[in-house]
Design a protein. Structure first.
Length: 367
């Protein structure tokens, strides 16, 4: 798995056995996941000693796989445990690598926390959508210890919109801050930190979608650095599927409409990556290099139906020098018989089409 960006899981030790939590961490760690999210806000009536005992073993195992552990807190957690913003020893004793501040203090305290002697990461809530970040930054935080992470939303229809998400992320990137967001497993037996549970995505539009698409969409935005599965426990096949995603390349699933020949496979999965032409048309995205490599190959006419947004086509013999060019259709158009439809991008993946840009690398999941 490519590790320019990080994948993560979430664990909630108070809601399951220690053995289940440790087994899940080991499974994800072996697949290359590098972050763990956990929550102290939902932990009830635990003493300082109990917290240290409950979390230290979990964190130590995560560290064996090079995973970074961030725990969710708010001002009430500080009050309950008798903590001060300038004294974070408890979290170091728990072996976590940082704390996520779900509800804000006053901006100044968050900034001062970034200078903590324990060298813990301080993670701000990225979904606030206010001047909160500007306020924190006005107090000159130590940016080496400052990161951000969006909320997840257990209640259906409460996840944030894509517009708000983008606006928040632009603010994070203005300050060059690392930003994480959540996706949701579709495992019916999964759970989160709260009694209300209808999935745990950041974006409402992601709720119920295949987890691979959720992850690929977040990476496609080029605004998210780390993607964390918010609920526990994701299916084994979900973990595996996520671990295979290349965060650098805009990647589409495809539903084939025929059994591909070897040449068609080579064109579709061209060197593992296509590059969209710089002179992008509003009607289709073009990958021209295959026509150079396969210029002497026979490509007879087949399945030359009219074209819909999301169709994937290979130009046939009747298109002369353009034969074997691969295209993704962006607008419905009439087919004059010179484009062979080999498959289509599923309709629920059409959100990814908006991220096709000139010169952007793209590829298809191998099926």
């Amino acid at each position: 798995m490519v590790l320019l960006f990080k994948l993560g899981i979430s664990v909630y030790p108070e809601h399951c056995s220690k053995e289940q939590t440790l087994a899940y961490i080991e499974k994800a760690g072996k697949l290359g996941f590098k972050r763990i999210f956990t929550c102290l806000i939902s932990v009830k009536n635990n003493s300082r000693e109990q917290l240290i005992d409950e979390f230290r073993e979990v964190c130590n195992l995560g560290h064996e796989f090079g995973m970074e552990i961030i725990c969710d807190i708010n001002p009430q957690v500080f009050e309950t445990l008798g903590l001060r913003y300038d004294s974070l020893e408890l979290f170091k004793e728990m072996s976590v690598d940082g704390i996520r501040i779900d509800e804000c203090f006053d901006g100044k305290k968050e900034s001062l926390m970034t200078y903590n002697k324990e060298n813990l990461k301080i993670e701000l809530n990225a979904s606030m959508g206010s001047k909160y970040l500007d306020q924190v930054m006005s107090y000159y935080p130590n940016k080496q210890n400052l990161i951000t992470c969006h909320n997840f939303y257990p209640q259906k229809y409460t996840g944030i919109s894509l517009e708000h998400f983008n606006n928040c992320n632009e603010q994070m990137k203005k300050y060059s801050l690392r930003t994480a967001a959540f996706v949701s497993s579709n495992n019916k037996n999964s759970f989160g930190p709260w009694p209300v549970y209808e999935g745990l995505p950041t974006l409402e539009m992601h709720r119920g979608l295949p987890i691979s698409l959720q992850v690929r969409h977040l990476f496609a935005t080029r605004m998210i650095d780390d993607v964390i599965i918010g609920n526990a426990f994701a299916h084994d096949d979900e973990l595996l599927e996520c671990s295979k995603i290349d965060s650098r390349i805009l990647t589409f699933d495809i539903e084939l409409e025929k059994e591909l020949t070897e040449v068609e496979k080579e064109i579709l999965y061209f060197g593992d990556m296509h590059v969209v032409r710089g002179d992008l048309s509003e009607y289709f995205a073009r990958s021209s290099q295959p026509r150079v490599v396969f210029k002497d190959v026979d490509m007879p006419v087949f399945n030359a139906r009219n074209l819909k947004r999301g169709d994937v086509v290979i130009l046939n013999n009747d298109y002369s020098k353009y034969k074997c060019e691969m295209q993704i259709i962006l607008k419905d158009i009439e087919n004059d018989g010179r484009r062979n439809v080999i498959g289509h991008i599923p309709s629920y993946e059409h959100i990814l089409l908006d991220y096709i840009k000139p010169w952007r690398p793209i590829k298809f999941l191998r099926r």
